[in-house]
Design a protein around this ligand. Structure first.
Ligand SMILES: *[C@@H]1O[C@H](CO)[C@@H](O)[C@H](O)[C@H]1NC(C)=O
Ligand SMILES: *[C@@H]1O[C@H](CO)[C@@H](O)[C@H](O)[C@H]1NC(C)=O
Ligand SMILES: [Cu+2]
Length: 444
């Protein structure tokens, strides 16, 4: 039976206790996108190891994480110059439990890639860096330590001269605590799918030295990859500056010739208006109206089919809104059981979202960054479009219809398990303590 499969899935999700970190949630201009976390975000489908690092520098997983070469349903719209914030979680299914263990010192960066189509390849050429930071000698802090201070939230501003189109934005968190000549750093990467709405159109010309392939942009013996945080930094006197990974950031120059004067809007990959409730990249739509018993039970069945699809698409950041949808199906079931075959009834759906784990920080690249001025002139006017969040409360008022009584059909849907909400297991980060001690021993 279907409900057993769902229980099994819920159980495996429940056992996510080994914690490193995972990018789960996208905010645009301080507004959480979609509902239930993970909307427009590519997350690993391996629920039990979703926050595990990628270590193979040559793997396609380096682009957007495990399963990150497969697109998710939607691209979230963001205006030119909008602020994007990426939320990382130690425990992907629970908010507010921290970002990453403090032993995980290393650089942080954000990359982007323009896509020629919704399903264009993530892995491969065309990536550029928007911002990056390694070890700040003056503050004696690694970039990861600064992100711990902002509760795992990393904000950047979309360059205003970036042409309209579909993009992947890729936060990259790197932990260097295990690095030895044989062991590569831990990479925690993910991708947000964003449509940049702008009046700037045309090609994106990235200078060749700033355009990289992921994978391929890093090699095991690069100084930024083999840097030893104990030998070169923590116990070094003088400390060796950390050579930042990857290319220099690319900031396209404003060019009024490229501005069409008209803002280009999204034509594909939008969240459908018919969505009543979202969880990550799943959405529930209204069941057909009915005015007799068969129709009523068909509606209940359809409701549970949608709930099952929600659980089948369950992402590491959780299925709290799959539960909310299941509650709607239970209400509908009670309505049919009460022999009121006139519906569906009006009901309220309230998304069960986690709040942000702290204040949304300012964009890290907001300060004047030198632009790449091959064809620059007077900056073109760029229009910032505020994106609105998907509404959280939806009231559906059905059209009235007459009630007919019929015999009860065979199909009796069963409610799905709702054990997810009771997850209380605490994450114990335990990744690399042994290796860390070995790494310390190896150089001394
Ligand atoms: C997700 O990635 C893992 C590891 O690469 C792979 O084994 C699995 O088949 C993928 N799952 C899906 C649904 O793509
Ligand atoms: C019952 O309702 C369904 C859905 O509205 C409709 O297709 C069907 O014709 C109705 N049956 C009767 C006997 O009215
Ligand atoms: Cu780790």
């Amino acid at each position: 039976m279907k409900s057993f499969a769902i229980l099994g899935l819920a159980a495996s999700w429940f056992t996510v206790v080994q914690a490193h970190t995972l990018f789960t949630t996208l905010y645009i201009n301080d507004v959480k996108q979609g509902q239930g976390d993970g909307t427009c975000v590519r997350q690993s489908k391996d629920l039990a190891h979703s926050n595990s690092p990628i270590r193979n520098l040559l793997s396609d997983d380096m682009a957007c994480g495990v399963n990150g070469t497969t697109p998710v349903n939607w691209f979230c719209p963001a205006g030119a110059g909008a602020k994007l914030t990426f939320e990382y979680r130690l425990n992907p299914g629970q908010a507010g439990q921290g970002f990453i263990d403090k032993s995980h010192k290393g650089p942080v960066a954000v990359y982007a890639k323009r896509l020629s189509s919704l399903d264009a390849a993530a892995a491969g050429p065309g990536w550029f860096k928007l911002w990056g930071e390694g070890y700040d000698m003056e503050a004696d802090k690694w970039a990861t330590e600064k992100i711990i201070d902002t509760n795992g939230l990393i904000s950047i501003q979309i360059p205003t001269a970036l042409p309209a189109g579909n993009y992947l934005f890729r936060p990259e968190v790197v932990a260097m605590h295990n690095v030895t000549p044989e062991v590569e750093p831990q990479f925690y990467v993910g991708c947000a799918q964003v449509f940049v709405e702008s009046s700037v159109t045309g090609d994106l010309d990235i200078p060749s030295e700033k355009s990289v392939s992921i994978p391929g942009y890093l090699q095991a013996n690069d100084p930024s990859v083999s840097y030893n945080i104990y030998k070169d930094e923590e116990y070094a006197d003088p400390k060796k500056p950390y050579p930042m990974m990857g290319p220099e950031p690319f900031v396209p120059a404003a060019n009024s010739k490229a501005s069409s004067g008209k803002v280009v809007h999204q034509t594909e990959g939008e969240i459908p208006d018919s969505c009543l409730l979202l969880n990550a990249n799943w959405c529930g739509v209204e069941v057909p109206s009915y005015n007799n018993l068969t129709g009523c039970w068909d509606a209940v069945k359809e409701c549970w089919n949608q709930a099952n699809a929600c659980w089948a698409e369950l992402v590491p950041s959780g299925g709290r809104n799959c539960e909310v949808w299941g509650d709607k199906c239970k209400d509908l079931d009670a309505h049919c059981s009460a022999k009121d075959f006139n519906g569906p009834p009006a009901y309220k759906l309230k998304s069960n979202d986690y709040p942000a784990p702290g204040p949304i920080p300012a964009a890290l690249n907001a300060e004047a960054v030198p632009q790449d001025t091959s064809s620059s002139e007077v900056p073109g006017k760029t229009q910032v479009i505020a994106t609105s969040p998907v509404s959280v409360t939806v009231v559906v008022v059905p059209t009235p219809s007459s009630t007919l009584l019929e015999s009860i059909p065979d199909f009796t849907p069963r409610p799905t398990s709702t054990t997810q909400s009771s997850q209380t297991s605490k994450s114990k980060p335990n990744c690399g303590g042994q290796r860390r001690r070995e790494a310390r021993r190896n150089w001394s």
